[in-house]
Design a protein around this ligand. Sequence first.
Ligand code: SAH
Length: 229
Amino acid sequence: MEQYWSGNAVNQNKGMVENLQRSGIIQSRKVAEVMETIDRGLFVPNGTPPYVDSPMVIGYNATISAPHMHATCLQLLEENLQPGMHALDVGSGTGYLTACFAMMVGPQGRAVGVEHIPELVSSSIENIQKSAAASLLKDGSLSVHSGDGRQGWPEFAPYDAIHVGAAAKEIPQPLIDQLKPGGRMVIPVGVLFQDLQVVDKNSDGSVSIRTETSVRYVPLTSKEAQLQG
Ligand code: SAH
């Protein structure tokens, strides 16, 4: 009872997930489970309300995406995040979604984050170490790297799932190249007005692209341009 009334992090995170289920954004048990398991509260800066459905500032002109955007991307990628699969998270920021991917692909899979702000890479690793994905980081099936995510991360390619957490002017070719046939990429594309595009690679290597929804993300750009604002 005490636990129920105290409004602790576990209950608040669960409440956030329940709201996303009620609104129909989370549709599957698997996505609900992973968002219950990875406590969003461990990934936002101190003093930031973690369970409010809004993006939050994380420094370096970056934001952690809103819970409903994380949920939308997990739903879109669910089939490509089966145990043993490879997932790439470009612009991994706080590491929240990389940790979710790692839980879904499991110890036999690979979840790779690429982030170009080294300080965010370090803090994301600290966040993940406090989370339910800590053992996957230790085992090496989850890793976060410092680099320009527009180049992807060839070391663990091809990927079944690629998520891009920042808006590209156009889809970077290396990301298409690193997508496995049968793989899916979710990427915001555009400058001021952006579309969340779903890119499916067909078995013959061609791609089919559709727009899921309109979004507003920070730009996928160079480190210098981002820090200048
Ligand atoms: N999905 C993450 C962060 C989203 S903000 C989260 O929810 O926590 C977008 C992130 O993309 C920022 O952290 C920003 O630093 C990063 N980014 C922007 N351009 C990049 C690039 N070219 N390579 C790697 N990371 C990039």
